[in-house]
Design a protein around this ligand. Sequence first.
Ligand code: DC
Length: 227
Amino acid sequence: MSLPSTIAIDGPAASGKSTLAKRLADHLNYLYFDTGVMYRAVTWLALSRQVSINDEERITRFAEEAKIDVRPPSKGDGRAYDVLVDGEDVTWAIRRPEVDDNVSVVAAYAGVRRALSAQQRRIGLRGRVVMVGRDIGTVVLPEADLKLYLDASVEERARRRYDECLARGEEVSFDAVLTAMKRRDEIDSTRDVAPLRPAKDAVILNSDELSIEQVVERALSYVQGDC
Ligand code: DC
């Protein structure tokens, strides 16, 4: 049996999708493509150009016209890749709290999704790719060879995000992280266009009780067709 060439991984924020996808991509020697960076890049553009986050028209134009590049890492500062917007390195800027707080609104705009999904689909169709997001298995690559949906409780995901913030030296309270996480879940899963939900044929993995090694092991057994 041949290995799946297109692997879609969807799930809510901080469910461990990116870590899983990176591990699978390294193991298989596939491209790892985290589509969330594109929504973050457009949000960063709007914030840095002081465009109101409610200005759907201008933000849609950013999504249609900005040149967003994801490339192999140029620095050994913990990054998995470089993210460039019109040539500017925004790899860490797109992880700032103000981007976290506004990205769900931007990701709910239909025109933004149309522009970014089309680019993602072109990359995905080349194959040998592990693509991560919210709608990869349902909208971007519904024909993906393997669809995984990684889930975890909101408390567990908030705890992971909180630990990441502390490790980066950011001052945050757990309650603030939990509240923001609930708000993002609500927006991502109730929006009209491409809401977060598992594809009908997705394998659902819940990582509440599992270490990352165990999640990777289970995912690999699906990749190898053992399950
Ligand atoms: O995975 P992330 O936290 O970097 O995603 C950032 C935001 O983008 C989040 O609000 C969900 C949204 N997103 C999306 O709607 N569709 C995708 N394919 C990827 C991310």
